[in-house]
Write a protein that binds this ligand. Sequence first.
Ligand SMILES: [Zn+2]
Length: 198
Amino acid sequence: MASSFSEAKEWVAAALGRLFCGSCKSPKKFEPINAIVQRHKPKSDFEYISFVNVLSSAALDVLVPGLTDHAFALGKLQYEDGKPVAGYSSILTKKILFIRGGPYSTHRVCSECKRVLYISVGEPYLVRSSHMPSVATGQGFDILVAESLFEQQRRTFDSLKKLTIKKIPVLEAAKDKISKREAQLIEAAQLGQFWDQN
Ligand SMILES: [Zn+2]
């Protein structure tokens, strides 16, 4: 998904290395990210911009019932002239679910932060686990919402602008060729341990 307004290039350049891994762009720490955006107002209720997920307050409201305390960090957004972007925040969730792919999916180690990165090929799905939060982030910038919460908040979800909603199946076993050990390493990076150690 390409952002519908240009990123504030200077802020992004300064944030790379300080807030985000300079190579894979993953956030370095679990803390609010105050980002600078250019003058145009976001055109939808959920966008990925300046390496952060940007949510309108209406979009945040539908997620709130599924967000547990301390599991998400909201940051402020401002325009290049210093004025706040009213009604929008940046959001990081501490819960990340590992979206898997088919047998051609692969993985690599980020040369800078050493995080194990998974490159999904084929139809996305989740593997069932004992703890699946109602709201989580996928690798990258998708936000994952449990079907129960989605149904409960359906009307509000329908009213949000330009939101692409996809259903992702939850399977009992993985279809890729990632070993259990590799999956554990990838999950360790995905599930918050990476952030806690930094
Ligand atoms: Zn990295």
